[in-house]
Design a binder for this molecule. Structure first.
Ligand code: NAP
Length: 307
């Protein structure tokens, strides 16, 4: 029987290329996204390169914690899981809040992967040796390292808040790697570098995504963004594919796989135990594993799965 892999936000951009890479290596891949139309065309594209089991699509809006819980329950029913790639990520030019009333960058980039991972640990244990891959970003370098509250003090700057949410995800990745050491579940972060995708093309053209000092240098900043996000998603997917499958990583955990698809030192701050502690506290508060009364009574909308 094929090994099972799940790739969130796997119907477009870097996630779709990651899903294709895993399917080509024999995994039965499930991709998650919001749009059924996009899901159907992604499944066709993945099936064309799959060497073993057929891919499938499950719809969920990963900005909603109830949808993440429903997705986890749906995926858990399929049994053992060998690879979970938490690829979902988003940058917002303007401050937004999710249906859970949580700031959207923090919710989509960190809380959603955190919750999905915690809810699938039993299935990953059943599939061990198994791997969790959390997709990170070099934007961490401009992140404010303050996690006393979900929203940091000061103004909203999409690129910096996105980087801060990715920093939360990386701190959680390193924590989880230690927590799971010896269980057969290993945990990696993957930095895709950059690629021309919906996310970068849609959000990196406005100076308001950066802080006022960087706005003064906007032409230079913009050129840097353009250069670093000019490449194809198929190349940017290589770090995630390596983190999920490379045999040279067997038995290792807690590594950051860089844009060249090789381990690199982790970004400064991510290994700070105080950051990890604050991130975990916020995550447990904002994304409880069992959800509100509607989830417990089975009243949330089940994920859409096409015939
Ligand atoms: N592109 C870069 O230069 C770059 C650089 C560093 C890190 N990254 C990271 O790499 C990962 C992939 O980035 P990308 O550039 O490929 O992003 P992208 O182009 O925005 O990804 C598109 C995919 O995300 C899905 N998606 C978006 N929002 C979703 C939501 N709320 N719920 C479920 N699915 C959702 C889309 O499907 P639907 O529209 O159907 O929902 C589609 O499958 C992210 O974690 C990103 O932060 C990217």
């Amino acid at each position: 029987m094929s090994q099972r892999a799940v790739v969130t936000a796997g119907t477009g951009g870097i996630g779709l290329e990651t899903a294709k890479g895993l399917a080509a290596r024999g995994f039965a891949v499930t991709v998650v996204g919001r749009s059924a139309e996009r899901g159907t065309s992604a499944v066709e594209e993945i099936a064309a390169v799959a060497t073993a089991a057929a891919p499938r699509f499950v719809a969920a809006d990963l900005a909603s914690l109830d949808e993440v819980r429903a997705l986890a329950a749906h995926l858990a029913a399929d049994g053992p899981l060998n690879v979970l790639v938490n690829n979902v990520g988003a940058m917002f030019a303007d401050r937004q809040h999710t249906v859970d009333r949580v700031e959207a960058s923090f919710a989509v980039n960190h809380l959603s992967p955190y919750l999905l991972t915690e809810l699938l640990l039993d299935q990953l244990q059943a599939g061990a040796p198994s791997r969790i891959v959390n997709v990170t970003s070099g934007a961490i370098r401009v992140a404010k390292r303050s996690f006393d509250a979900v929203e940091p003090p000061g103004g909203y700057y999409g690129f910096h808040w996105y980087g801060r949410a990715k920093l939360a995800g990386l701190a959680y990745t390193l924590h989880l790697a230690e927590r799971l050491r010896g269980t057969g579940i290993t945990v990696f972060a993957a930095d895709p570098g950059g690629a021309a995708t919906d996310m970068t093309n849609g959000t990196m053209t406005s100076p308001k995504i950066v802080s006022p000092p960087l706005r003064l240098l906007w032409p230079l900043v913009r050129r840097t963004f353009e250069r670093s996000t000019a490449g194809p998603a198929s190349v940017a997917a290589q770090p995630s594919i390596a983190a999920a499958t490379d045999a040279s990583l067997d038995g290792q955990t807690g590594l950051l796989i860089g844009p060249q698809a090789r381990p690199v030192p982790v970004f400064r701050g991510a290994a700070d135990p105080q950051i990890a502690e604050n991130v975990l506290k916020l995550s447990r508060q904002l994304a409880p594993l069992h959800g509100g009364p509607d989830v417990q009574r089975g009243r949330t909308r089940p994920p859409y799965v096409p015939e």
